[in-house]
Design a protein around this ligand. Sequence first.
Ligand SMILES: NC(=O)c1ccc[n+]([C@@H]2O[C@H](COP(=O)([O-])OP(=O)(O)OC[C@H]3O[C@@H](n4cnc5c(N)ncnc54)[C@H](O)[C@@H]3O)[C@@H](O)[C@H]2O)c1
Length: 237
Amino acid sequence: MGRLDGRRALVTGGASGIGAAIVTRFRAEGAETLALDLQGGDVTADIGDGAAVTRAVEEAVERLGGLDLLVLNAARPCVGALWELDDATWDDAVAINLTSVHRFLRAAWPHLKASRGTVLLTGSVVGLDGSANQAAYCATKAGVVMLTKTIALDGAPHGVRANCVCPGFTQTPMLDAFLAEQEDPDAVRAYAEGLHPVGRLGTPDDIANAFVYLGSDEAAWVTGVALPVDGGLLAGI
Ligand SMILES: NC(=O)c1ccc[n+]([C@@H]2O[C@H](COP(=O)([O-])OP(=O)(O)OC[C@H]3O[C@@H](n4cnc5c(N)ncnc54)[C@H](O)[C@@H]3O)[C@@H](O)[C@H]2O)c1
């Protein structure tokens, strides 16, 4: 018996990093799961494009025969202080990291309502606490946390739950790209490791395990939560 037996799932950003780990764990727990990504997944779409989001949800529902678990995980990093960001950079971060949540919910709501399904989102520790030089990323991740709560409140009368996982620094291609941009990547990696009291970076499976729990019936009474999975980073100084 899998913990997600019989569930039908769509995972954005499912071709890499945390999303790929969620896809693998969901399948291992019995969920029929489609990965959505720019390339390399089962459904191809740019989540910054509203029409593409609608088409992707329709395609997923047709292929799966419905939708029980919608995992909105894809995002893009965005480096810079607020005053350094031009309009295009800001608009792109907001479109991909935040507006996409609105568009997915609008397209998927009838199917989630029909299945009394669950929405799971990937936030970040920097959506719960600030971080220098990442103004748009922090603001959009904070928005994801608040949208999680509003989906939970508006969805509850319909049996739809919504929860958000907020990872600490996790070993993925996104983190590698971030480190590669730094003057001294090894020093920044060592600093990042040191931020986590357990003494290491997260693995994609560390994060995916929380998604399995929140997507399963074990979490039937859990909704509106932003769960840090962060090796103790937010526990205190
Ligand atoms: N890695 C970390 O340290 C960390 C920490 C906190 C939060 N997160 C969050 O975890 C999530 C997954 O990140 P990751 O580290 O696995 O990154 P990743 O780069 O390994 O994977 C992200 C995936 O999202 C896809 N994607 C990006 N923009 C897209 C778009 N417009 N349309 C469709 N797909 C798109 C990419 O192609 C990629 O496959 C993101 O929401 C990220 O913000 C990551």
